[in-house]
Ligand binder design. Sequence first.
Ligand SMILES: [Zn+2]
Length: 172
Amino acid sequence: MAIREIRKYPDPVLRAKTEQVRTFDASLQRLIEDMVETMHAAPGVGLAANQVGVSLQLAVIDVSGREEKEPRRAPVVLINPEVLALEGSVVAEEGCLSIPEYFADVKRAARLKVRALDRSGKPFEVEADGLLAKALQHEIDHLNGILFVDRLSPLKKSIFRRRLKKALVETA
Ligand SMILES: [Zn+2]
């Protein structure tokens, strides 16, 4: 296992639509292991393959051990995911490993149902609410080249752009 470099906004790989996974070989398993390790080390609750520069429909999510009294579970591996249903709406704070040190409220569906393939290519369905629902929507957005800042209100978006411009000038 190895920790991979997390690509940062505005890296164009984050904007490209990802390709479907078709081969479930050893290199895919290695990529999944690396992504889980990279996510835990960051630390974060989710990581999409394009965030480590691989443009595939693959994401890992681990929201376990975050909420009190909740035991750690195996990370969710999401391959070629498809949203089957969205329900309700909720506003909650989000951040992204590709956009360090920026957090903002995002409106999302409160509950959703997703169909995907697991790491061996077997289909499964997951129904989620709470933190897992938020993470699923955030990661599936990544696979479509969408970042959480795209979902902000126009005012918040302009604040984000100003902050970004300032950060780029300071690091130049
Ligand atoms: Zn993200």
